[in-house]
Design a protein around this ligand. Sequence first.
Ligand code: CMP
Length: 140
Amino acid sequence: ALERTISIIKPDAVAKNVIGEIYTRFEKAGLKVVAAKMKHLSTKEAEGFYAVHKERPFFRALVEFMTSGPVMIQVLEGENAVAKNRELMGATNPKDAAPGTIRADFAESIDANAVHGSDSLENAAIEIAYFFPATEVCPR
Ligand code: CMP
């Protein structure tokens, strides 16, 4: 089905100047960017976005990393966009990521892992609404 998902290019990948290379992977896989913004997240914004992880031991480090520099946030639209984006990203830990995936090619560690992608269609809707009012999403 036609789906939308959130993708975040994290501070490590923005600093490496590979936004365009990552966008090319989305486009080659048939995913369209239908909303995008660059943002330096505040602590409150990062905590709110990752609220589901707030009891996890890595929560503080995650929030610190995600606020360490600007991120590029985009809504991707396409057939099976949630799963397709997760396939392109590869495993959370780049050590386990399949060759040719974004994390295998650009990520350094489980913390600095280049990209975030929604893990389900329900979470995608929540995450899209967190960053983009409906008027900022441009179906095409
Ligand atoms: P992300 O998809 O952005 O969702 C939560 C992030 O927490 C994850 O990517 C990792 O970068 C980070 N993280 C750090 N340690 C872990 C862990 N043990 N399990 C899952 N995520 C972790």
